[in-house]
Design a protein around this ligand. Structure first.
Ligand code: NAD
Length: 269
């Protein structure tokens, strides 16, 4: 597939990572346009990746087959309303990475049905290690869906959800998920310190264990439940800890927490 011309409207942190991933993968930087109201952000992008930059959102859209909307959600309405005529004239695929704004709302702001992919990335995308959930409106062609997938694959893995409510579930799993692991890391580090380790030792052991466990789970053909059973000898130390987690209903607590995240995502959109 030939690379489409891509315009990033509001090229901040997330767009910087996606652009970096695309250029590393060999996408011609001249196919990429980045816009920002802040010239220093554009200078940085131009220096680092030699992409085209402009403060004029309309100019970038005029070149684009794919428009990535990457401004903050609270200013999205103003940005799209201003760009509505340019978007209608060019009719590109729109990829929105803004949290909590429905495809229908984006279409209303443009003023006509458009091919829209809603994408929920997560912060590890900043290290090209992200997980993104994608949803497409019926107007999106197969070639456009493939283009959206390739674009987000530049910063990690991508998975499609069939209906838009799936994005609320993605938000609860991978969107907010990094924070759950950070919380668990904090708790493990503190518990390690309470057991007598110095804070650096407790931290390094905790983080390397998280990395090692994630790598094992990703690379093994066993399910995580099987991997857990394999490292839990009857009567051993791990079993004592796992029993304690289960007595405290860890699984139902996780379910409750993620339901709360999904409900909040629904409320916000
Ligand atoms: P960011 O603030 O770094 O980037 C947005 C950029 O838009 C800023 O640099 C700002 O100067 C620029 N901007 C503001 N008004 C503009 C305008 N009128 N025209 C052009 N540019 C304008 O934000 P971010 O962290 O990159 O997040 C971008 C989007 O990604 C948000 O909608 C957010 O919901 C979504 N998102 C981010 C993450 C994340 O981990 N950072 C995760 C999931 C979703």
């Amino acid at each position: 597939m030939t690379t489409p011309n891509i315009a990033f409207i509001g090229a901040g942190n997330m767009a910087f990572s996606i652009i970096g991933g695309l250029v590393k993968q060999g996408v011609d930087p001249k196919k990429i346009w980045a816009t920002n109201i802040d010239q220093s952000s554009l200078d940085k992008l131009e220096q680092e990746f030699q992409v085209n930059t402009t403060q004029d959102n309309h100019q970038a859209i005029a070149q684009a087959d794919v428009v990535v909307l990457s401004v903050k959600p609270q200013i999205m309405k103003d940005v799209i309303t201003d760009l509505s005529e340019s978007l209608k004239a060019k009719n590109p695929l729109i990829i929105s990475i803004a949290a909590g704004i429905k495809a229908e709302t984006l279409q209303e702001w443009v003023g006509q049905p458009m091919a829209i992919v809603r994408c929920m990335p997560n912060t590890p995308a900043l290290l090209q290690c992200g997980a993104s959930g994608l949803y497409k409106t019926p107007e999106v062609s197969d070639a456009q869906a493939e283009a959206a997938e390739q674009l987000m694959n530049a910063v990690g893995i991508t998975l499609w959800v069939k209906d838009e409510d799936g994005i609320d579930a993605v938000t609860a799993v991978s969107g907010s998920g990094p924070a759950y692991y950070f919380l668990f890391m904090e708790a493990m580090q503190q518990a390690g310190e309470a057991l007598g380790l110095d804070s650096q030792t407790a931290k390094q052991l905790t983080l390397q264990t998280a990395l090692g466990a994630a790598k094992m789970a990703l690379e093994s053909s066993d399910e995580p439940s099987e991997l857990r059973r394999k490292v839990t000898s009857p009567g051993g130390t791990t079993e004592q800890a796992i029993n304690t987690f289960q007595q405290g209903n860890l699984e139902s607590l996780v379910k409750e927490a993620m339901k709360a995240a999904s409900d909040r995502s629904k409320e916000l959109s």
